[in-house]
Write a protein that binds this ligand. Structure first.
Ligand SMILES: [Zn+2]
Length: 330
C-alpha cells in the first residue's frame, strides 16, 4: 500500500524530531559515549533544517524523492534508494531478507480442505518483504477462520507491522473470543501500538457449517462471491484497523451454495498495470476466476495469477499481491 508525503506527515515528522532531540539532549551529558549520541543529534538537527528549508524528502545526491514509506519510518533519511552507498544497500538488503524470512515462517499451508470447504491462496511479495497479510486458522469446531489484509507502507517497516498484527490476531483466535469481538480487540491492540501513525486494511471471516460465512471487513478490498455466471461484490463494513481507538466492526452473514466461491485479494491484484498503465481491475479478475470455476481451487487461484501475469506482460511489479479463494464443496 502506498504512502505519500503530505504537509501533515511532514509536520508529524517535525514533532517527532523535536521530541527525540529533547531526549538526546537529556541523555548526552551522562552517556558513556557522548560523541556517538552527539552525531545523532546533528543528524536530527539536519533533518529539522531540511524541514525548515522545504527540502525534507529530497534526495541530497540526485535531487529526486526519498521514498515516502522509508521517510515515515526514519525521518533522518536524506538519500533515495537508488543513491544508497554499496554498504548501505547491503545493510538494507540484509534487513529485508531477515524480515522476509520471518514472514515466510508465518504463512499458512498454501491450500487446505475442511468440513465441506476448500481454500487456497497465492502470496507474492513485490520485494523481499511484504505488507500483505494472509492467514488460515482451522478451529477445533471444524470451522475455518481466514484473514487477508494490507499494512500501510512497504519494506521492512510494513512487514514487521504485518507480523505484529498476525501474532495479535492469532493470540485472540486462540482465546476463543466470539467472532464479533475479534476485530474490536485486534484494532485496540494495533491502535495502541501504532498510535494512529499507521493502519492496516483487514478482512476477517469464518466459514462454518451449511455454507454459513461471517465476515468483518475493516476497509479491505471488497470480496467477490462467484455464483455460476454472476459475481456479487460485498462492500467493506468498517474503516481500516489502527485509525481509531474504538470504531464499530459490524459482522455480515451470508450463505454460500455448493459450488459458490468467495474471492479475496489485495490491491496488488486489481491495481496490477500493463505497459500502457491500464489496471487489471475487478472485471478481469472476475472473468479470470469464472473461467477457473470447475477446477480445484488451488489450480484456479494459480490460473488467475497466470492470467494476471500475462496481462501485465513486461511492466514491473510494484506492489505485493495476495489472492485467496474459498469454495463450498458439499
Ligand atoms: Zn537519489
Amino acid at each position: 500500500m502506498e504512502i505519500a508525503v503530505t504537509p501533515q506527515s511532514t509536520e508529524h515528522a517535525r514533532h517527532q524530531l523535536l521530541e527525540r532531540r529533547e531526549r538526546l539532549e537529556a541523555v548526552i551529558p551522562q552517556a558513556p559515549d557522548p560523541q556517538a549520541l552527539a552525531r545523532l543529534l546533528e543528524e536530527v538537527d539536519a533533518a529539522l533544517g531540511r524541514i525548515e528549508r522545504g527540502s525534507f524528502g529530497v534526495c541530497d545526491v540526485c535531487d529526486g524523492t526519498v521514498e515516502p514509506e522509508r521517510l515515515v519510518s526514519d525521518p533522518l533519511l536524506h538519500t533515495c534508494l537508488t543513491c544508497l552507498s554499496a554498504a548501505e544497500r547491503r545493510a538494507l538488503e540484509h534487513d529485508l531478507d531477515l524480515a522476509g524470512h520471518v514472514q515466510r515462517t508465518l504463512l499458512p499451508p498454501a491450500s487446505l480442505q475442511i468440513d465441506g470447504w476448500e481454500a487456497a491462496y497465492r502470496y507474492q511479495p513485490a520485494g523481499m518483504a511484504s505488507g500483505d497479510y494472509i492467514d488460515l486458522v482451522p478451529l477445533d469446531s471444524g470451522e475455518l477462520v481466514f484473514l487477508i489484509g494490507d499494512v500501510s507502507g512497504k519494506g521492512v517497516a510494513a512487514s514487521l507491522l504485518m507480523s505484529h498484527l498476525h501474532a495479535t490476531v492469532r493470540s485472540l483466535i486462540a482465546m476463543q473470543l466470539p467472532f464479533g469481538e475479534l476485530m474490536d480487540r485486534a484494532n485496540r491492540i494495533f491502535y495502541d501500538s501504532v498510535c494512529g501513525d499507521q493502519y492496516a486494511t483487514l478482512l476477517c471471516g469464518k466459514a462454518g457449517r451449511d455454507g454459513q460465512v461471517e465476515l468483518s471487513n475493516a476497509g479491505h478490498c471488497p470480496p467477490i462471491v462467484l455464483r455460476g455466471t454472476s459475481a456479487l461484490t460485498l462492500p467493506p463494513t468498517s474503516v481500516p484497523v489502527g485509525l481509531f481507538a474504538n470504531p464499530p466492526f459490524p459482522t455480515t452473514r451470508l450463505t454460500l451454495g455448493v459450488g459458490d466461491t468467495l474471492l479475496l485479494y489485495t490491491d496488488g491484484v486489481t491495481e496490477a498495470a500493463d505497459a500502457s498503465g491500464r489496471e487489471f481491475g475487478r472485471e478481469r479478475l472476475v472473468a479470470a476466476a469464472s473461467r477457473a470455476e470447475r477446477i480445484p481451487v488451488a489450480r484456479a487461484v494459480a490460473g488467475v495469477v497466470e492470467d494476471l501475469e500475462r496481462f501485465r506482460g513486461n511492466s514491473p511489479r510494484t506492489d505485493d499481491l495476495t489472492l485467496f479463494a474459498l469454495r463450498r464443496n458439499t
